[in-house]
Design a protein around this ligand. Structure first.
Ligand code: PLP
Length: 398
């Protein structure tokens, strides 16, 4: 049985071209890019090329606006902590209820330990940001707004250009976690008022443990990691050169496959979604149907546990996820679905299918073949199984 991987928002397969690009960095090109001799210089040039490849992917004006980090989590932390440091007189942060824990956990920590006021903007039933609450939270006390470009669980896209303009009106910095959006949505950061943007290698068929932070030229920045002068004093520590080169190659490929994401991959996602909703009663899509990443389908199957679905799909060789990878393992519905007020009997049965350029029509056919039987089987075992109609009267599924 050929395994089917539909958990690409958790991580992606490293592209073989990326592996090839990285290999020399483990053999001949082992130098330290800070060294002046030839061993260092050739690696320095490779790092520079990777910076250019990332610059091209997001449409940054200058390559030095890209700083390499250890991943999306570090980039998010670095952006927020830097803003508080460069604007010590501003003690408030604006974020959303559906951010990744890389942002939300840091914000909670800052609130508790440093008395920072955090405005957590709610979302509606479709995961859309409450713009009135957002406007109301924006005051000259806000140091930074950190709102993701697209949500990792539902794929819902936030209007970051508009949000950034509003943040600028009160002099706040605007950071966006674009970890899930990059490579799936065309980006041109030079034409929007985004000050900082987080990226991660392993979500775009690059290696794990490498990421980047875009910092617009002219935006003051303080390094999170203190030490040597690497990355123009923005991120101390000898560079993860193989990771950087791999990430650069992955960025180049992501740009090449951008159209594929928005045509072929999107149509696979749409066919799966439509097929599941046609075949399975009491199922609905979580997220904004119009403003959504092309690769993500979050579907709630009412009256059953997502973990049960995952287990039975896994027996069929199909990998996907319930909630985010970080929160799976606990039976609590994810903070994202809770923030969206998805009814509890549906939130528990929410499954995220996330596609990539590696997926095919056959993958969709296989899921459509096995999924109705799995849901039926679990519903027969469910405590709600016998009184579905009674329960569903309380719901307002979309
Ligand atoms: N932000 C978002 C939206 C994510 O989906 C993830 C990964 O799941 C991260 C941040 C963290 O990135 P990394 O795994 O590179 O630290």
């Amino acid at each position: 049985m050929r395994p089917i991987y539909l958990d690409n928002n958790a991580t992606t397969r490293v592209d073989p071209e990326v592996v090839q690009a990285m290999l020399p960095l483990f053999t001949d090109q082992f130098g330290n890019p800070s060294s002046i001799h030839d061993f260092g210089a050739s690696v320095g040039a490779a790092v520079k090329e990777a910076r250019r490849q990332l610059q091209a992917l997001i449409g940054a004006e200058f390559d030095h606006e890209i700083t390499f980090t250890s991943g999306g989590t570090e980039s998010d932390n670095a952006a927020i902590l830097s803003a508080l440091e460069v604007m010590p007189h501003r003690t408030e942060i604006v974020t959303s209820a559906v951010e990744h824990p890389a942002v939300l956990t840091l914000c909670a920590h800052l609130e508790k330990t440093r008395g920072i006021k955090v405005h957590t903007i709610p979302v509606d039933r479709h995961g859309r940001l409450d713009l009135d609450a957002y406007r109301a939270a924006l005051t000259p006390h806000v140091a930074i707004v950190s709102i993701m470009w697209a949500n990792n669980e539902t794929g819902t896209i936030f209007p970051v250009a508009e949000l950034a303009d509003l943040a600028k009106e009160v002099g706040a910095l605007f950071h966006t976690d674009a970890v899930q959006a990059v490579g799936k949505l065309p980006m041109d950061v030079k034409s929007v008022a985004i000050d900082m943007l987080s990226l991660s290698g392993h979500k775009v068929h690059g290696p794990k443990g490498i990421g980047a932070l875009y910092v617009r030229r002219g935006v003051r920045f303080r390094s999170l990691v203190k030490g040597g002068h690497q990355e123009r004093d923005r991120r101390a520590g000898t560079e993860n050169t193989a990771g950087i080169v791999g990430f650069g190659k992955a960025a180049e490929l992501a740009l090449k496959f951008m159209d594929d994401q928005n045509t072929r991959v999107k149509s696979l996602r749409d066919r799966l979604e439509k097929g599941l909703l046609q075949r399975i009663p009491n199922a609905f899509v979580n997220g904004d149907l119009l403003e959504r990443l092309p690769n993500t389908a979050n579907i709630a199957f009412e009256y059953i546990e997502g973990e049960g679905i995952l287990l039975l799909l896994s027996r069929e060789g199909i990998a996907c996820s319930s909630g985010s990878a970080c929160s799976s393992g606990s039976l609590e519905p994810s903070h994202v679905l809770r923030a969206m007020n998805v009814p509890f009997t549906a939130a528990h049965g929410a499954i995220r299918f996330s596609f990539s350029r590696d997926n095919s029509e056959d993958d969709v056919d296989r899921v459509l073949e096995v999924m109705p039987g799995i849901v039926e089987k679990l519903r027969d075992l469910s405590p709600f199984g016998g009184r579905r109609d009674e329960v569903s009267r309380n719901f307002d599924p979309v």
